[in-house]
Design a protein around this ligand. Structure first.
Ligand SMILES: C[S@@+](CC[C@H](N)C(=O)[O-])C[C@H]1O[C@@H](n2cnc3c(N)ncnc32)[C@H](O)[C@@H]1O
Length: 196
């Protein structure tokens, strides 16, 4: 989890490049990260979890909005680079695979940026269970997905899959839907997207 083909593919990508998606240098990524941060409904979160943090380019932007941020990636080379590049006192970069690995304490923010389309249906379903049972009731979930060809399932399909898996428990809001990427927010039904 992710399955062994996907894991091998990710490992290969990080073997030939420190930053396979140019997340630290691309103006497109910078703009997308700024929009992601702008979509966060609360000014501050106690415990953020960023799944699939890569080399930490978005983590750097999330850190000032979280008391503690756990930035997790299943590819150890990505985490090594993130650790070498960043010295953020409130961020823990860890090797881990969602949904199997999860923080000991329930996060009140979960960021899923460009990671859902690496997951199988079963992994996405397992992630939905984590979001229901292992997050605070006030938790905000942010989905960021590229709409171009991923070579796997599309970003929109991956987002809709998780949204459907959470339909019984979470309200869904489209925060941004452009030509290149979309951002979706999910919050437990009956809770607010406003400042808690
Ligand atoms: C396209 S990069 C996205 C990096 C960053 N989140 C961003 O938005 O730029 C996807 C990252 O997710 C990681 N990844 C894929 N599936 C994962 C999983 N199930 N758990 C943790 N990390 C995962 C990959 O190793 C890769 O570094």
């Amino acid at each position: 989890m992710p399955d062994s083909d996907v894991r091998a593919h990710l490992k290969n990508l990080y073997a030939v490049s420190d930053d396979p998606w140019n997340t630290c240098s691309s103006p497109y990524e910078r703009g997308k990260f700024a929009q992601t941060i702008a979509c966060l409904p609360r000014p501050r979160y106690k415990l953020g979890l960023e799944v699939g943090c890569g080399v930490g380019a978005l983590s750097v932007k999330l850190a000032p909005r979280c008391d503690i941020l756990i930035a997790m990636d299943c590819t150890d080379q990505a985490v090594r680079t993130a650790l070498a590049q960043n010295d953020l006192t409130n961020v823990s970069f860890v090797v881990g695979e969602a949904p199997r690995d999860w923080p000991d304490h329930p996060p009140d923010l979960v960021i899923l940026s460009e990671v859902l389309y690496f997951m199988t249906d079963a992994e996405s379903a397992g992630l939905a269970l984590r979001l229901v049972h292992d997050c605070t009731a006030q938790c905000h979930v942010v989905l960021v997905n590229w709409l171009g060809d991923t070579g796997k399932i599309g970003g929109a399909v991956a987002a809709q899959r998780l949204i459907a898996q959470l339909a019984a428990s979470h309200d869904h809001f489209v925060a941004a839907n452009g030509a290149q990427f979309r951002i979706d927010l999910l919050a437990r039904r009956g809770t607010s997207l406003a400042v808690a």
